[in-house]
Design a binder for this molecule. Structure first.
Ligand SMILES: Nc1ncnc2c1ncn2[C@@H]1O[C@H](COP(=O)(O)OP(=O)(O)O)[C@@H](O)[C@H]1O
Ligand SMILES: [Mg+2]
Length: 337
């Protein structure tokens, strides 16, 4: 398996403030990689270095084996005309842009027309295809950029928060287009603030926080380290809470005063329905059902906390232990694998 992206001790500061604190990455070709992190984590800085737009202060970065500093032109060749580099011409229509990009990437006239129509359809841009790109909304523009990738098919596409601010339909279309790209052999690195999006699209997730890598691995592996949903079911009598507790698949807490049971689970909604059905079959009325999903903040606290050398224990139904602080040794590589 060859690495499409490799970095070693990659460092970048802005006016003395570190944005990247020593990033070591070896991302293999053939799967989608997501850089997941909150605002200010350093995602855009990293993607900008990889696309040769920003120069690192130290360390190395290679794209398909080409050094971003010494072989910038070769790196741009790998990234092609798409993604970060989408040089969409605002005076041309969406359709015209796509045909031009098709020709520039070596397609014949007919093939370029065909590729343009197909990309317009995939990203739901037919209705605005004959409007000039300069008049597109932010979301339409983002979809046009990705349509360019579909037409031009570079070896690697870098997508910086491609779905932020998009409506659900546009987001879905973008997800589908990313999946289509990868089926055709294009590597994709995208950044996102949403664990859900990383989960939906990526085979490998790198979690960035404050300029350092705090966790990485498959979405399943990361999620297994994150506390699940917390479910509370309240019934109409204290003794019925004890009955409800018997229907809960694992451990739970009974609150006699509130006449409720509470438990944590990674499939809380499904379990809640099971308990609900059990109670219904016994004629017990459910007064209240709440499911608390971990927020992005919870997820980061869990991941950052879990990465500490002492290793905070499993999040067993408990709330956040005590102040899960910053990533320990954010500047260090995450241990060779
Ligand atoms: N051009 C810039 N000038 C000064 N500071 C910057 C610049 N770009 C980014 N930063 C700072 O670097 C840090 C990382 O930013 P960024 O890479 O944009 O994070 P993200 O994309 O994850 O939100 C932030 O603290 C941000 O304020
Ligand atoms: Mg950003």
């Amino acid at each position: 398996m060859s690495a499409i992206i490799e970095t070693e001790r990659l460092v970048k500061s802005y006016r003395g403030r570190p944005a990247l604190r020593g990033i070591d990455l070896a991302l293999e070709s053939g799967i989608v990689h997501a850089l997941l992190g909150p605002n200010g984590a350093g995602k855009t800085t990293l993607v900008s270095i990889l696309s040769t737009v920003v120069r690192p202060d130290g360390g190395t970065a290679r794209v398909a084996g080409h050094d971003v500093r010494r072989e910038a032109a070769a790196v741009r060749g790998v990234i092609g005309l798409a993604g970060q580099h989408a040089a969409v011409e605002p005076k041309l229509t969406g359709r015209e842009n796509l045909r031009v990009f098709g020709r520039l990437s070596g397609l014949g006239a007919r093939a370029a027309r065909h590729a343009a129509e197909s990309a317009l359809g995939r990203l739901g841009l037919e209705a605005v295809a004959d409007r000039v790109a300069g008049g597109y909304s932010g979301g339409q523009r983002r979809r046009l950029d990705l349509a360019v990738s579909l037409v031009a098919r570079p070896a690697l596409v870098l997508l910086d928060e491609p779905t932020t601010g998009l409506d659900p339909l546009s987001r879905r279309q973008l997800w589908d287009a990313v999946a289509e790209l990868t089926r055709e052999g294009t590597d994709v690195l995208l950044t996102t603030q949403y664990l859900e999006e990383a989960d939906a699209l990526a085979g490998n997730v790198v979690v960035l926080n404050e300029g350092g890598i705090v966790a990485h691995g498959s979405p399943a592996r990361l999620k297994s380290r994150v506390a699940g949903e917390t479910v509370t079911i309240a019934v109409d009598r204290p003794e019925h809470a004890a009955v409800a507790a018997q229907s809960v698949p694992g451990d739970c807490r009974i609150d006699a005063e509130r006449m409720s049971v509470t438990w944590s689970s990674r499939s809380g909604a499904r379990e809640a329905l099971g308990v609900f059905a059990d109670l219904g079959a016994r004629g017990i009325e459910v007064r209240e059902l709440t499911i608390h999903r971990p927020t992005l903040d919870d997820v980061f606290l869990d991941l950052v906390g879990a990465e500490k050398p002492e290793g905070g224990g499993e999040p067993e139904g408990a709330e956040q232990p005590e102040g899960a602080g910053k990533p320990a040794g954010a500047g260090k590589p995450e241990g060779g694998r």
